[in-house]
Design a protein around this ligand. Structure first.
Ligand code: 4NP
Length: 162
C-alpha cells in the first residue's frame, strides 16, 4: 500500500459522470460523518474519455441532491496507469470496468482492485448497472446500491487500516 497514514480510494466507471461520481459523493459523505475525512482520500475516474472535464450527468446530480449529496464540484477524468501508484483501493462498478482496469494494472500494484458490490455481502447483484441510457429510476437504483456498498467499504477500511 502506498501510504500507511492515509488510505486512498478511487471509484471507477465508464464515463465518470454517473456511477463513480455517485460513489465518490456518497462514500465521501459517509467518511465525513464518521469523522475520517483526514484519513481517507477519495477520487473517481472513468475508463472512457468522452466526458473529460464535465460535471456529473444532470440526472446523477438531481438524484444525489434529492438524498442530500452535492456532486456539483466533481469533474470527469480518465483513469491512468499512475493511479495504481496513488491509490490503495481501486473500485470498479461493473465487470467491464474491472477488466479494463486489470489490463492497465502494473505488476507491482499491491493494493485492492475489485468490484464495489463485492464489498456488500448482502448485495444480490454483482454490478452497478450503467444508467446512462436508462430512466430516472435507474439513477435511484445506482444510489441504493452505492449507499449500501459504501458502508461496507468504510467498515472494511476501519477494520483493516484505521
Ligand atoms: P457512467 O455512465 O459510466 O456511470 O458514468 C456512463 C456515462 C456515459 C457513457 C456511458 C456510461 N457514455 O457512453 O457516454
Amino acid at each position: 500500500m502506498p501510504s500507511s497514514s492515509q488510505v486512498s480510494v478511487l471509484f471507477v466507471c465508464l464515463g465518470n459522470i454517473c456511477r463513480s461520481p455517485s460513489a465518490h459523493g456518497v462514500f465521501g459523505a459517509q467518511v465525513q460523518r464518521a469523522g475520517l475525512s483526514d484519513k481517507i482520500h477519495i477520487d473517481s475516474a472513468g475508463t472512457g474519455s468522452w466526458h473529460i472535464g464535465n460535471p456529473p450527468d444532470p440526472r446523477t446530480l438531481a438524484a444525489a441532491a434529492r438524498r442530500g449529496y452535492d456532486l456539483s464540484s466533481l469533474r470527469a477524468r480518465r483513469v491512468e496507469r499512475q493511479d495504481f501508484d496513488k491509490f490503495d483501493y481501486i473500485i470498479a462498478m461493473d465487470r467491464q470496468n474491472l477488466a479494463d482496469l486489470q489490463r492497465l494494472q502494473p505488476p507491482h500494484f499491491t493494493g485492492h482492485l475489485g468490484l464495489l458490490l463485492d464489498l456488500d455481502a448482502s448485495s444480490e447483484v454483482a454490478e452497478v448497472p450503467d444508467p446512462y441510457h436508462l430512466d430516472e429510476q435507474e439513477f435511484e437504483h445506482v444510489l441504493d446500491l452505492v449507499e449500501a456498498a459504501s458502508a461496507g467499504l468504510l467498515e472494511h477500511i476501519r477494520t483493516h487500516h484505521l
